[in-house]
Design a protein around this ligand. Structure first.
Ligand SMILES: Nc1ncnc2c1ncn2[C@@H]1O[C@H](COP(=O)(O)OP(=O)(O)OP(=O)(O)O)[C@@H](O)[C@H]1O
Ligand SMILES: [Zn+2]
Ligand SMILES: [Zn+2]
Length: 802
């Protein structure tokens, strides 16, 4: 008897490989890898969900008689294709996560099943309480709505006595909406035409529709939009046997913006030099990785669109990834305008139902271009011809929960599978990518100029340590003056309030000094619970100073301010300004993003004041002034990428100014005017920043010279987290190579989150054969300890250290 290899939905180390199940005869014809099934599992044979990952014909290895049979099938077609099955295998090894988590990550939320546990009395029911509770019902869900804790305890007893049974039901949440469609049954259209009366125009219209598309089911809702065709006409046809009524799945359309079709623009010579090699790679089926390094406003989008076109021309599909998509509605609009209904959009702003609809369209091969945020990298496109990652340096490409994957790695894996190129685009590529281009592993393509010979905007730095407080602590006189003259010219302003980081570090208001770790050159973080400043990397600790160690001023303070406060100060300074605020509070409602941006685009406001979400991708021709209220907050984070993030952010936001005919101006307010990240952002010199930062990373032994891995241990009791992390430390020290450095364990800067205490260990390594097996052992421990309330997370390539 043939058997199926099934990964069960029980995320443990012991179940992290396929189990064999017998395939019941009635399912043998239908069962395919990638389908979900319900199988009995464990000694209690509880019913769990699982993925079929392979089929085996009968061989001596498996005595089919010993195998438990599959209970039932959950899908009529595979929900995970062969490619994604293989990808899940690779992903679980790469990220030290369970295969089941990887498989589930690839599915839209609504398809992730939930279990429902029910209880049922075993007849004949003798216990009076049972009889009363169940009355005439066979079973009841074992949940709070039906049973109190005391009743549950009582049920437990009864179960031990054999009077009650427990069942596990898999409850599939996917809800499809359906609608009525008609399928043509006519073979001889002229004969039918002869039967229709001349004045029955509705019937004639319907006949024409059928004749045009005799093979496709036509949706009744669409058909009745055609003049003359009514439900009655359709019924007449059905009665005559000319059409058959069927129900088809209804797709919801998540994109309700009006579309303005546009045409490809003639390329500039720079753009042409980028498009040519990419298109060649698409034609030649080369899985080259291109790094498209183009200054802000250099027309990267047009390069993406014209290379996507090349893939479509070859009957292949394109996958375009963008940072959290709600933040870049302009990009979505552009792709949609160019490619229309062929585009499917996947992002977190969609409801689960909408995501499911888009996913099904993609899976069915009905979408040719997919635009989406991180998880869209798993979009089940059957024939990928091109993958694009816009703003490839963006930290949101890294998933912070299991499986902790980086979108770029998955994109490159898929490109190799499909023999197609990847384009990584950015004005400020990640150091890692730029370094790979330097080594020739990626092919570097540069767009060094803005479109229309427009200059990059001039950037002025305002030293806030010298700024008078008369204007409030947020806005300098220089910035107020510049805003006023911009408004007089009827032009617009974008103001960034940098909210990266948290207000728990201290800054000297007089000299700009920030307390740093003597061993790590990373700022110390304040821990209010212990009243100390701690190094997040090595554990160094010192008392919270009450005066500046450098200039002895007592004028030190927390950093961190809200957008609301900034808005008030601005309004007071410039009463006539119309200010739009964009932050997590004003964008909570669905569509709020798009609405604020279109208001700003329609000149209904003078100033767009916002957090990081305004820094990227916006293309408004009337914006000529960009102001950064506080360039520093990100600089002093305890993260070796702090300078890179700051440089990226300043360059990106500066790039919003002067993108069309009018020249742009940028003002950056900072307490660290001498810092190289700020100075090089002023010069908008990415290449210089890259070289400088590479030297620093080299000296300090960080990425891209070293790889890092991070282990985070958390527990409800701090001592448990500490003890466990020291046990892991020992395991690491005993097994890892001499050249590998292990830092920590140290408590996290926010030591307690949601009542859990966090400790972390950082591993820095170059080549270490022992790393993967050792981390796999840690993964195995992590699983055992779950019961004690301990959690261990492994991140094989962390992008955040907080
Ligand atoms: N070949 C072209 N001819 C005319 N205009 C173009 C051309 N290519 C791009 N543009 C226009 O130039 C502007 C800037 O292009 P785009 O937004 O793609 O820049 P970008 O490189 O993505 O910048 P950023 O990194 O700042 O988002 C857009 O308004 C776009 O329509
Ligand atoms: Zn000082
Ligand atoms: Zn340190």
């Amino acid at each position: 008897m043939p058997s199926a290899a099934v990964i069960v939905d029980v995320p443990t180390m012991q179940t992290n490989f396929p189990y064999s199940y017998a395939i019941p005869p009635e399912l043998q014809a239908q069962l395919q890898p990638g389908m979900r099934v319900v199988v009995p599992f464990g000694s209690g044979n509880r019913q769990v969900e699982g993925f079929v990952v392979g089929l085996q014909d009968d061989d001596s290895k498996h005595q089919a008689d010993d195998l438990k049979p599959i209970t039932r099938l959950m899908d009529l077609t595979p929900v995970v294709n062969q490619e994604l099955l293989a990808l899940s295998d690779w992903l679980s090894q790469r990220t030290y996560s369970f295969r089941i988590s990887c498989l589930l990550t690839m599915l839209p939320n609504v398809m992730k099943a939930k279990y429902q546990t029910t209880v049922a009395p075993v007849p004949p029911v003798q216990n009076q309480w049972l009889a009363k509770v169940f009355a005439d019902q066979q079973e009841l869900p074992l949940d709070q709505a039906h049973f109190t804790n005391r009743e549950v305890a009582r049920l437990t007893e009864l179960r031990n006595q054999g009077q009650v049974q427990v069942h596990y039901h898999v409850k599939n949440q996917a809800k499809r909406k359906t609608e009525v469609a008609v399928v043509n049954q006519i073979t001889d259209f002229s004969r039918c035409a002869a039967e229709i009366r001349k004045n029955a125009t509705g019937q004639q219209a319907l006949l024409r529709q059928l004749e045009q598309q005799p093979k496709t089911p036509l949706r009744q809702r669409e058909l009745t939009k055609v003049p003359g065709i009514s439900a009655a006409v359709i019924k007449t046809f059905a009665d005559r046997g000319w059409v058959r009524k069927v129900t088809v799945e209804q797709y919801r359309n998540p994109y309700d913006q009006p579309r303005h079709p546009d045409q490809p623009q003639p390329l500039t010579p720079d753009q042409q030099r980028a498009v040519t090699p990419i298109n060649k790679a698409i034609r030649d089926q080369q899985s080259t990785v291109f790094l498209l390094e183009g200054v802000t406003g250099s027309g990267k989008t047009e390069v993406y669109l014209q290379t996507i076109q090349q893939a479509l021309d070859q009957d292949e599909q394109a996958l375009m990834l963008v940072p959290e998509i709600a933040l870049t509605p302009q990009m979505v609009t552009r792709v949609k305008n160019r490619f229309g209904d062929q585009v499917a959009i996947l992002h977190s702003g969609l409801s689960n139902g909408e995501k499911y609809d888009e996913w099904r369209r993609i899976n069915a091969g009905a979408a040719q271009v997919v635009v989406g945020a991180r998880s869209a990298v798993f979009a089940p496109l059957p024939k990928v011809g091109l993958i694009i990652l816009d703003e490839e340096h963006d930290p949101s490409y890294k998933q912070s929960d299991n499986p902790r994957y980086h979108t770029r790695d998955v994109a490159i894996w898929r490109a190799q599978y499909h023999h197609c190129p990847v384009v990584l685009g950015s004005a400020t590529p990640s150091l890692e990518s730029r370094a790979r281009a330097e080594k020739g592993r990626y092919q570097l393509l540069r767009l060094p100029h803005r479109i229309n010979q427009q200059q990059l905007p001039a950037i002025q730095i305002v030293d806030m340590t010298a700024s008078s407080e008369r204007y409030g602590d947020l806005v300098s006189q220089e910035l107020v003056t510049a805003i006023q003259s911009t408004l007089t010219r009827k032009e617009q302003v974008v103001l960034l309030l940098n909210r990266r980081g948290f207000s728990s570090f201290m800054l000297c208001r007089d000299c700009g000094y920030v307390l740093k770790c003597p061993h790590c050159d990373i700022s110390l973080t304040m821990h209010l619970d212990s009243q100390t400043m701690k190094c997040h990397y090595c554990g160094f600790e010192t008392a919270i100073p009450n005066e500046c160690p450098q200039c002895h001023s007592r004028h030190i303070r927390y950093f961190g301010t809200g957008t609301e406060k900034a808005e008030q100060q601005l309004q007071r300074l410039i009463p006539k300004a119309r200010i739009l605020r964009m932050d997590v509070d004003t964008t909570r409602k669905k569509g709020a993003h798009q609405r604020i941006l279109s208001q700003f685009g329609d000149q209904q406001a003078d100033i767009l004041l916002g957090t990081q979400m305004i820094a990227k991708g916006l293309d408004f021709p009337n914006v000529t002034l960009v102001g950064v209220l506080n360039a520093d907050t990100g600089l002093d984070l305890p993260d070796f990428r702090a300078s890179e993030r700051t440089f990226d952010l300043l360059t990106q936001v500066a790039g919003r100014a002067g993108r069309a005919e009018k020249a742009g101006q940028v003002i950056i307010q900072t307490f660290n005017p001498q810092h190289y990240a700020i100075q090089l952002a002023q010069q908008q010199d990415y290449e210089a920043f890259f070289r400088k930062e590479m030297q620093i990373r080299h000296l300090a032994g960080y990425s891209p010279y070293y790889f890092t891995a991070q282990i985070t241990v958390s527990a409800l009791v701090e001592k448990d987290a500490a003890q466990e992390s020291y046990r892991i430390l020992q395991l690491l020290q005993q097994n890892l190579a001499q050249t590998t450095e292990v830092l920590g364990p140290t408590p996290n800067p926010i030591a307690r989150i949601k009542n859990r205490y966090y400790y972390q260990i950082i591993i820095k390594y170059k080549h270490d054969e022992q790393l993967a097996p050792t981390l796999t052992r840690v993964q195995a421990i992590s699983q055992k300890e779950v019961r004690k309330g301990l959690r261990i997370a492994i991140d094989s390539d962390p992008v955040n250290f907080m």
